[in-house]
Design a protein around this ligand. Sequence first.
Ligand code: FMN
Length: 399
Amino acid sequence: MTKPVVYIVLYSLYQHVYKLSLSIQQGLEEKGVEVKVFQVAETLSDEILAKMQAPAKPDLPIMTVDKLSEPDGIIFGLPTRFGLFPAQIKTLLDASGALWAKGALAGKFAGTFFSTASQHGGQETTALTAVTYFAHHGMMYVPFGYANAALQNNDEVIGGSAYGSGTISDGDGSRQPSQTELDIAKHQGQNFGVIVSTFVKGRSAMDGTTPTVSSKIADNNGTATDAGAAGATGATAATGASGTTAAVGAGAVGAGAAAVAKNTSGASNDPSDVNNGPATPAHATSNNGNALGNAAPTNAVAGAPSTPAGNAAQHGITNDTGANNPSSTEPTSVSARLKNPNADIAANDNIDAKASDATNNPTASKVGAAAGATAAGSANAVPNKLKDNKPKKKKWFCC
Ligand SMILES: Cc1cc2nc3c(=O)[nH]c(=O)nc-3n(C[C@H](O)[C@H](O)[C@H](O)COP(=O)(O)O)c2cc1C
């Protein structure tokens, strides 16, 4: 059985967060987790650092964007900056757009711990503002809750909260993490370790294999082309089943079809199947409960003519011509998602299946093909933004 892997990624100017991380690491390791601790790259100049009387950095490797997708979970160490997490961590995460586009962090666990100068300096807001990143990446945030009774103890100054362990450094950095705070940090590590281990072991048992979350997602992404091709059959059935009106959503249905087609090769279509489990949120190609739940082809093959339309409606897609329905005519690309948050869920679920990116593609038929659907003709019958031959827009994520 492969050990679950958790990375601790931190920034620590005066080493309070670093000291907490050692206890968190200990707690994780006690629960059988393989742990690596990283710091993020400094963005302040040496001159500024000298003026801030910053000591030498801890001896830790630098975290880079490409490494973020390696572990099953990441716990971020966040010294507060004006009630928020620091720009050094934000710089790393702001470069993670390409990971977001691939869903590379989807299904991974995330945790937080912190340090502030004062008791009321914003430990909770520091965590909360980081949570938006986790949500957008489809990560599963693991708060600590009040698992450690000391968090309810008002007899002494104690950092930390329901969002994670913490310490209080004082304005001059002179206060060091107390034993209570270190104990809480270790407990958070244990808690996080149990959750990640349970998940990884559970899926391993259900799969009969021993994948990590990252390898699982990478595998799915790697076979996305096949998934699209296999989806063609199902999509044909969908079109045949419902005639023309479902064509509005055909690209989306096709995307769902692709997901089902791949999934059936490895497992059942049962939503409880391991391939459809909670580790497979928004972006995973085949491990997607949404795509499965809404996939037309399976039902269409079974002879349910209204299914594609029903599925389209389930995503908020009406069966009109599409002219009054921007969400149905919007291409299913990543950039389209940014423009149109109402775009079809199933289509968006399958980023890889729409690799030919409608916005970059003047022909609607190619979009249909990419989605593994017979949407080509159908899409052509609809006044459709897919047919707009707009110049490419630069995507905001790189690499
Ligand atoms: C620019 C800046 C902003 C800060 N903002 C806050 C703040 O809003 N609240 C607070 O309690 N401490 C604040 N601090 C203090 C840091 O949070 C504190 O130095 C840090 O938690 C110590 O952790 P470290 O030793 O791991 O760097 C700030 C420090 C700096 C340099």
